[in-house]
Ligand binder design. Structure first.
Ligand code: ADP
Ligand code: GN1
Ligand code: MG
Length: 365
């Protein structure tokens, strides 16, 4: 890593570089220099992101746009360039791609909301992100992972993994597979509405989990949305939904004791409040009405992605123990079942909040 670090314009000589954070995809390090400058050094996963220059092109354009809207350096990711003025360094000998961001000092990155207020603030952060990018030219973005939230395509990938069953794990997951397949037909609902022109394509983040947002350590206010690798054209319901599937659960994503996993309607409301306060006014009635569907679809989709990866031998999501992807799949499916049980309440919450939005009140949700 230190070899990669010396290609970037750092303030001072690196004195420490330690693995950092809990992301499932990239390799992340906290890099500190002798001048006490802190950086995030990342090896970008180029098996997941096949076109890293295109990905960095997106991030450069999006962060410039955001910085223009709000120049406070703690409220937007800042890319540190290489000595050649590039946004990333490609190590030709190993094939690895590296980048550096300024570390946002005095920030918190939570794995679970400690209070409802924390989750409301993460809703504000993602809502504000949406709002600030509303006039960004969506068609100029590269699709960094094709069909990333195309749930029917994710089902097709699950079918392939089950058919191939390369490790003989299928026999352990019959119940999970059946759970998913019972829901396959409904899972394409949002894509159908999009194809019918009822849901606009926006600039979306597509990976809105709580640990992809930083809060101010002291005030706990929303600072900065991070992990911009999947910023792409997408549906707002997916951004809303992915945040709910992760942050409105009462347990960790890989909790083994499913009795501890439930959907917290309180947390669901808190996120909705923060998110809609920032972006609610710009959503059309179909977008507002489909936010709960986004939560259901993203939770199911994430569950089938974990399941397919378990069947393929854990080649996509980083795991730290045997069976972790299957445990992750099970928590997601438990949450899907919970959402089905609390469906009317999930809809009511959005409906009532939408009616209270200034300049709305047309009953459109
Ligand atoms: P991954 O794609 O693997 O999830 P992330 O870009 O989300 O990678 O980074 C992993 C973790 O590193 C984040 O969850 C967060 O804890 C931390 N992190 C990333 N960027 C910053 C930053 N600029 N300042 C502070 N912490 C950061
Ligand atoms: C991955 O990179 P990270 O850990 O923030 C994944 C998301 C999943 C999430 C599940 C590029 O997010 O799509 O929802 O794990 N990112 C990618 O926790 O696949
Ligand atoms: Mg992340």
């Amino acid at each position: 890593m230190l070899n990669a670090a010396r290609h970037f314009r750092l303030r001072g000589r690196p004195v420490s570089c330690q693995p950092y954070g809990e992301g499932h995809i990239n390799r992340t390090y906290l890099l500190i220099t002798q001048e006490d400058a802190w950086y995030i050094l990342q090896q970008i996963n180029h098996r997941v992101f096949l076109d890293v220059p295109a990905l960095m092109d997106n991030i450069g354009a999006v962060t410039r746009h955001l910085a223009h809207r709000d120049p406070c350096p703690r409220r937007v990711l800042t890319i540190v360039q290489t000595h050649e003025g590039q946004d990333f360094y490609h190590d030709q000998s190993s094939g690895a791609y590296w980048r550096v961001y300024d570390f946002v000092r005095g920030s918190l990155c939570l794995q679970r909301p400690e209070t409802g207020q924390d989750f409301c603030r993460s809703g504000q952060a993602f809502g504000r992100f949406q709002r600030q990018l509303a006039d960004f030219p969506v068609s100029s973005l590269h699709e960094t992972i094709v069909d990333f939230h195309n749930t029917p395509v994710r089902f097709a990938q699950l079918h392939q993994a089950a058919q191939a069953d390369i490790l003989g794990r299928l026999r352990d997951v019959r119940a999970e597979l059946a759970f998913a397949l019972e829901r396959e037909r409904r899972a394409g609902h949002l894509q159908a509405l999009q194809a019918a022109g009822r849901l606009p394509t926006r600039v979306t983040h597509n990976d809105t989990k709580l640990n992809n947002v930083l809060l101010d350590e002291r005030t706990r206010e929303a600072l900065c949305v991070i992990d911009l690798d999947t910023v792409m054209p997408g549906l707002i319901a997916h951004d809303f939904g992915d945040a709910i599937r992760f942050g409105a659960s009462t347990a960790a994503e890989d909790e083994r004791d499913l009795d501890r996993v439930a959907l917290s309607l309180e947390l669901y409301s808190q996120f909705s409040r923060g998110f809609l306060e920032q972006v609610g006014n710009s959503l059309n009635p179909d977008e507002l009405a489909t936010l709960p569907e986004g939560a259901w679809a993203m939770t199911l989709e994430c569950g089938i992605r974990f399941l397919a990866d378990y069947l393929r031998g854990d080649v996509y999501f980083r795991t730290h123990r045997e069976g972790q992807n299957l445990d992750r799949c099970r928590t997601q499916f438990k949450l899907v079942a919970q959402m089905e049980r609390h469906w009317a309440q999930m809809q009511d919450i959005i409906h009532q909040m939408a009616e209270r939005l200034p300049d709305r009140g047309d009953g459109s949700a």
